[in-house]
Design a protein around this ligand. Structure first.
Ligand SMILES: [Zn+2]
Length: 532
C-alpha cells in the first residue's frame, strides 16, 4: 500500500513539475524534452543526494557510494569499470558510441568531523566525530546521472550518435585522483568534460579560474630511538626534523608571494615522550597561482626538508599525496552553457527554504542574513587581478581536454567551507532543487555538444590555439607516484558501522529528513529528534 501511494504521489508530482518547467523555461525542441526528462527524475535526484549524504564517506573510501551509483548506472544500460587508475573506489561508466564523447564528472567525498544532522539550524552531529558532507559533494552525481539519463532517452529516440561517460572525483579533498586519471589516459578520447560542483548560485566561468593549484606532499623523517631520560644522546629525533622544517618554512613565508597559500599538519609526531621519536612525518599543501610558481615553492620546501634532515642527522624521504593544476576553463563551452543557465534560472525557493537559509546565516554570525540567491550571478570571466584561494584537481583534467565546471545552487551562501555548517542544507529541498536546476543545464549543454556542427571543434581549437598555445601541461606527479589509496582507512573503519545504521532507506522513507524525523526547517532543538 505504502509503495502504491508513493508511486502515485511521485507521478502526480512529476506531471505538475513538468508542466511548470516547460512553461517557465524558453527551451523548445529536444532541449525542452531534456528539461522535462530531468523534471521526471526529480525523485531520483532527491534519492541520490540523500543517499550519498547518509554514506558520509571520506576520500579513497567511497565504496558504498561506488556500489550505489554504479548499480544505478548499470541498471540504466551503462558499462561500468571499477577501480580505474589503480584507485579501488573509482569507476568509469560509459554508454553509447561514436562522437562526441562527453564526460560528466563530480566529486563524491566528505569532510572529516563534519557529521551534522540535515535540515536543522543548530549544531547537532549525527555521530560525534564522524565524517560528513560539509562540502556538499553528495549532490553532484545526482546532477550528472539525471542529466545523462534524460539525454540518453533523447539520443535513443532520435538515433543521435555520441558517447556519455560518467566518472567520480574520488578524494577531491586530498586532490588525490584526477591527475592520476589523466596520467592513465582516461580522457584521451574525450571531446569535452562537463564537471559539476556544489555552490550557492548557478554559474560557469572560462579562462583561469579563481584559486590556486597545489602539490600535496608528505615528508617522512627516520631517526634513532633511545630512552628519553636514560641516554637521549644516543637518539636522533625525527620529530626535531619536522619541527625545524616547519619553523624554517614559517620564516620563509614572509618572502613568498602574497597569493601563495601553504599549510601543514604533523601526520606523525612520535609515540610517547620518553622514547626519542625514531619516525615522524609532516604533510604540506603548497599552493600558488601558476604551475611555475608551485614548482618553485615546492623546490624551496624540498631544500628546507633536506636542511632539516642535515641538522638532525635523520633520514628523509617524501611522497606526493595529491596534485592540482591551476584551472583553466574552455570559453566556447562556457558561453554555450551560460545561455542554458539563463534559460533554466535559479530554483523557486519556498518560504521554508528561505527561513532555513537565513537561520543558518544567523547561526554563522551574519547580522543581516540574505537567504538564498534569487538572481543569477552571471558568467565568470578571467580577472585582471587574480584571486587566491582553494584548489581543485579538475585543473589537471582542464589541461588534458576542453573542460568547464558548472556551479549549481544546492547550498546556502555565507556558511563556512569544509565545516559542519555546510552540511546542514545538503539533504534538504534546497540541495534537491539546486541539483535539479544543475541537471537541466548539464542536459541542455550536452545537447549543444551533440547537435551543434561547430561547438566541439570550437572548443578544441580554443584548447589548442589559445589555452595550450603558450603553456604546456607538465604534471606535478611522476609516472610512478602511486595514488594515496590507504588514506582515511582508519577513520572509516572506526565510523562505518555507526554510519551504516543511518544509511538512507528510500524504500521505507520518502526523504532522508523523514527517516530522521526532522520537521524541516527545524530551527530549535527538539528532544524527539535526538536519535542518539
Ligand atoms: Zn569541492
Amino acid at each position: 500500500m505504502r509503495t502504491l501511494t508513493r508511486l502515485l504521489t511521485i507521478s502526480i508530482f512529476a506531471l505538475t513539475t513538468v508542466t511548470a518547467a516547460t512553461a517557465q523555461t524558453g527551451f523548445s525542441g529536444l532541449k525542452a524534452d531534456a528539461v522535462a526528462g530531468v523534471d521526471d527524475r526529480a525523485k531520483m535526484v532527491q534519492e541520490i543526494v540523500d543517499s550519498l549524504f547518509s554514506f558520509s564517506e571520506l576520500g579513497f573510501q567511497e565504496f558504498e557510494t561506488q556500489r550505489y551509483l554504479t548499480a544505478i548506472l548499470e541498471a540504466n544500460g551503462f558499462s561500468v569499470e571499477a577501480g580505474v587508475a589503480d584507485i579501488p573506489s573509482a569507476w568509469w561508466a560509459t554508454w553509447g558510441s561514436g562522437e562526441p564523447v562527453i564526460a560528466l564528472g563530480s566529486d563524491v567525498d566528505g569532510i572529516p568531523r563534519a557529521s551534522q544532522m540535515p535540515g536543522v539550524a543548530y549544531r547537532q552531529p549525527m555521530i560525534e566525530g564522524a565524517p560528513g558532507h560539509g562540502e556538499g559533494h553528495n549532490s553532484g552525481q545526482a546532477v550528472n546521472i539525471v542529466a545523462a539519463l534524460a539525454v540518453k532517452d533523447i539520443m535513443e529516440r532520435e538515433n543521435l550518435p555520441g558517447t556519455i561517460v560518467l566518472w567520480p572525483g574520488i578524494a577531491e579533498e586530498l586532490l588525490g585522483t584526477k591527475a592520476w586519471y589523466a596520467r592513465d589516459g582516461l580522457f584521451e578520447d574525450v571531446n569535452a568534460v562537463l564537471f559539476t560542483h556544489v555552490s550557492n548560485n548557478l554559474s560557469v566561468s572560462w579562462g583561469q579560474a579563481r584559486g590556486t593549484g597545489l602539490v600535496s606532499v608528505e615528508y617522512m623523517f627516520d631517526g634513532i630511538a633511545a630512552h628519553g631520560a636514560g641516554d637521549p644522546w644516543d637518539g636522533r629525533s625525527a620529530l626535531d626534523a619536522v619541527e625545524l622544517m616547519n619553523i624554517a618554512w614559517n620564516f620563509r613565508r614572509e618572502h613568498l608571494h602574497p597569493l601563495q597559500r601553504s599549510h601543514y599538519v604533523i601526520s606523525n609526531g612520535g609515540d610517547q615522550p620518553n622514547v626519542v621519536p625514531s619516525y615522524a612525518s609532516v604533510w604540506y599543501f603548497i599552493r600558488e597561482m601558476t604551475a611555475d610558481n608551485i614548482r618553485e615553492n615546492f623546490a624551496t620546501l624540498q631544500q628546507i626538508a633536506e636542511g632539516a634532515s642535515m641538522m638532525t642527522d635523520t633520514g628523509m624521504s617524501r611522497r606526493i599525496v595529491g596534485a592540482a593544476y591551476p584551472r583553466h576553463f574552455n570559453k566556447p563551452i562556457a558561453l554555450a552553457m551560460d545561455q542554458n543557465i539563463q534559460q533554466v534560472g535559479l530554483p523557486t525557493w519556498s518560504e521554508d527554504d528561505q527561513r532555513f537559509a537565513k537561520a543558518l546565516q544567523s547561526l554563522m554570525g551574519n547580522d543581516e542574513p540574505q537567504g538564498l540567491a534569487t538572481d543569477l550571478s552571471g558568467i565568470g570571466e578571467p580577472l585582471d587581478n587574480p584571486v587566491s584561494g582553494g584548489s581543485d584537481d579538475i585543473g589537471d583534467v582542464s589541461w588534458n581536454v576542453p573542460t568547464v565546471t558548472l556551479r549549481y545552487p544546492s547550498n546556502v551562501r555565507g556558511l563556512q567551507g569544509h565545516h559542519w555548517s555546510s552540511a546542514m542544507a545538503m539533504a534538504t529541498p534546497i540541495a534537491h532543487k539546486g541539483a535539479v536546476a544543475g541537471a537541466k543545464v548539464i542536459a541542455t549543454t550536452m545537447l549543444d555538444l551533440i547537435q551543434s556542427d561547430t561547438l566541439v571543434d570550437e572548443a578544441q581549437s580554443y584548447f589548442e590555439d589559445v589555452q595550450t598555445a603558450e603553456e604546456t601541461y607538465v604534471p606535478f606527479i611522476g609516472p610512478d607516484d602511486p595514488p594515496a589509496i590507504e588514506k582515511n582507512t582508519d577513520i572509516m573503519d572506526e565510523f562505518r558501522p555507526q554510519l551504516e545504521e543511518l544509511y538512507y532507506d528510500p524504500s521505507s522513507y520518502d526523504t532522508y529528513l523523514d527517516q530522521l524525523g526532522i520537521d524541516y526547517p527545524q530551527l530549535e532543538p527538539d528532544t524527539i529528534q535526538r536519535i542518539r
